[in-house]
Design a binder for this molecule. Structure first.
Ligand code: ZN
Length: 656
């Protein structure tokens, strides 16, 4: 149940009227059962003196693009209150006109565009106004008896407004209805199928009224036996129950194809999601979002099961039925409920998929609680269509800008804990890919703490470990598009006359055999890469120009080079490109300690500095140089290149 998070000491560190507005907005944002991901909005009305010495009432309202949880004073747009409130007297106002009127009524040109609910905040005659989409409240209102339940929870302490699309029409309706229905007892306003408002003379009063109102809804749910959802049975799982990684990759392939661009697919498989996804009445209850602005994150309906083609057909039908002059958005599902996968969500980024998952986790609770109160009833398709295709909602998504090069794609890098491998992880992440990093060094597991990276300890020479690592990567991100084969060993120099077979075998196993394994086991997934699979093999200058004392290393890399060329031939028809990089003298890796570097330089009669740049261009080659080129090789500039080998060595006379 919700609780007030107000803390005097913490509150005191946010001085002034706007400061306390920032503080309690953040308190609302901290509780996910009140608002999720950019949902909800807040405001405060402050008297200020303008440049001419005149007093003006300014509405500071949440700016679009800000999240309540992390909002700062700069996230509130200052709008002249009179100008904003007066807009509600107009008979109609289009969205672009509304945005223009609000922006030109601001007192700070650089402030963000005011929330789409700014006019509504302006017409409510209270200093502080808070608005959330609290789970408990939308559980009551998404119900055939929604209004009666709200009355039962609140009596006449709130004004109830029927569902109208957010924006100008809602503000106008509230401007009309609120003064007529409000009395001295009014502390809030419920918008059916949408959310709740509270107000007060201070930030704390308005915030604590919000908490109290939401608690009353929760208590009603409790009285009706609809609050506690019980425990989900821990279904006995055998390895055979684990979803087939190939089936997940196929599903992700189809979803991406429907979208027209690659998407990651993140599975959340636990007793709760499995119990929901296995409900027999699922198609009847999983109707639509609990509050309309979730539709841009989750689409109106989840995909139940794996029939993507049927989902697309249904989406087209919904579009054709409601569209006027709209252009259809991509018809791919974002939320998938499957008896084996539980809840899976698709997104252009792992973050987007995680947002859809979090929203749907709340939606599952709302649906199940509402089910015990007489049934969950979402808004009709027409209203959700209007919201999904509302320019102002789409603008929220567009704010993210052009997606990065590998948005929605998944890469796997071996030897990822250091040197070129680690640099490749960073190069791929910075281009928008989700990355699985494998290394025999267990530090890989804690190397980066971000949800688009999965570090796994793995001995790539052991088939079972590679199979398991691939399965975990597929479960985390849905598929595999890019493979960077980097892991390798460089043993101490030894002449052929003294080279034991055991050492030869050890080098071959890591530098050659392991890569055969990785290629073979990755092939079925790379084949399903929505934009075509890409493999980059980190070879060595020793392939075209071997060195004495490095027989095992040079031979293993030469064989690897040949393996890659054969893969390029065999996999071309699967749309998979395979290219090789031949770096040389990359000294910022674990192999090259200061001592080794100094002794090698001395062997050539060079200073360390000269030795580092001992190439045609006299440049130092870093791990990052190699990694950036590896990433670019996977990009569109090389779309028509396969089977190539490219030196990254500053120019080597023996190679040229
Ligand atoms: Zn809202």
């Amino acid at each position: 149940m919700v609780e007030s998070l107000w803390n005097d000491e913490e509150g005191a560190s946010y001085p002034g009227d706007l400061g306390s507005r920032v503080y309690t907005s953040r308190l609302l944002g901290r509780d996910k059962s009140l608002v999720l991901h950019g949902g909800g909005n807040t405001s405060v009305k402050i008297r200020e003196t303008n440049r001419f010495g005149e007093e003006e009432e300014i509405l500071y309202v949440k700016g679009s693009g800000w999240d309540l949880e992390t909002i700062e004073a700069a996230g509130f747009s200052p709008v002249r209150l009179g100008a904003a409130a007066r807009l509600a007297t107009l008979p109609r106002l289009s969205d672009p006109e509304m945005v223009n009127e609000l922006r030109t009524a601001m007192t700070l040109a650089s402030a963000p565009t005011p929330s789409v609910e700014a006019i509504l905040h302006a017409v409510l005659p209270f200093k502080y106004v808070d608005h959330t989409h609290a789970d408990a409240v939308v559980t009551l209102t998404n119900n055939p008896d929604g209004e009666a339940l709200v009355r039962e929870a609140y009596g006449d302490s709130v004004v109830v407004i029927p569902y109208v699309m957010p924006g100008f029409d809602l503000a106008r309706l509230c401007a009309e209805r609120f003064p007529a229905a409000a009395g001295p007892q009014t502390v809030g306003m419920v918008l059916l199928n949408h959310g709740i408002f509270s107000f007060g003379a201070t930030a704390r009063e308005s915030y604590e009224r919000m908490i109290e109102l939401v608690r009353r809804a929760e208590r009603l749910l409790e009285r009706r036996g609809a609050w506690s959802l019980g425990r989900y049975p821990q279904t006995p799982e055998t390895p055979a129950d684990a979803p087939d990684p190939l089936a997940i990759a196929r599903l992700r392939h189809e979803v991406s194809r429907a979208a027209g661009f690659p998407m990651v697919l993140v599975s959340d498989r636990n007793p709760r999601t499995l119990a929901f996804a296995r409900r027999e009445d699922l198609s009847r209850i999983a109707q639509g979002p609990a509050t309309p602005d979730h539709v841009i994150r989750t689409k109106r309906l989840p995909l139940i099961g794996r029939d993507v083609a049927a989902y697309i057909q249904e989406y087209r039908r919904y579009f054709d039925e409601h569209a006027k002059s709209h252009t259809m958005l991509d018809p791919a599902p974002r939320v998938i409920l499957d008896p084996e996968l539980g809840l899976a969500t698709a997104g252009r980024t792992v973050k987007d998929a995680a947002i859809a998952a979090e929203i749907y986790e709340h939606t599952m609770d709302i649906i199940e609680r509402a089910g015990r109160l007489g049934g969950y009833r979402a808004l009709p398709a027409r209203d959700l269509f209007d919201m999904e295709y509302w320019d102002l909602e789409q603008a929220k998504l567009a704010k993210a800008g052009k997606p990065p090069l590998f948005a929605g794609e998944v890469a796997l890098v071996t030897g990822a804990a250091s040197g070129i491998g680690r640099a490749a992880v960073e190069a791929l992440l910075s281009r928008g890919a989700a990355v699985v990093g494998l290394d025999i060094d267990s530090r890989i597991e804690a190397m980066l703490s971000r949800r688009d990276f999965l570090g796994l300890r793995c001995d790539v020479t052991v088939e079972g470990e590679v199979t398991a690592a691939l399965a975990r990567g597929i479960e985390a991100f849905g598929g595999l598009d890019l493979l960077v084969l980097n892991a390798g060993i460089f043993p101490a120099a030894r002449r052929i006359a003294e080279l034991p077979l055991a050492e030869w075998d050890r080098v071959m196993r890591v530098n050659l055999d392991a890569n055969l394994l990785l290629m073979r086991l990755s092939h079925p997934f790379l084949k399903l890469a929505p934009a075509g699979g890409r493999v980059v093999v980190i070879g060595s200058k020793n392939v075209p120009a071997p060195g004495p004392g490095a027989a095992a290393y040079s031979a293993s890399k030469a064989a690897l080079h040949q393996l890659a060329r054969v893969a390029a031939l065999e996999w071309g028809r699967d749309g998979i490109r395979v290219n090789v990089l031949h770096p040389n003298a990359v000294f910022d890796t674990g192999v090259w300690t200061d001592e080794v570097l100094a002794s090698r330089a001395a062997a050539y009669n060079l200073t360390v500095e000269e030795y580092r740049r001992n190439n045609v261009l006299r440049v130092e080659v870093t791990s990052r140089d190699v990694a950036e080129l590896a990433a670019e090789l996977c990009g569109p500039r090389f779309a028509k290149t396969t089977g190539a080998w490219i030196p990254v060595d500053g120019g080597n006379e023996r190679v040229i």
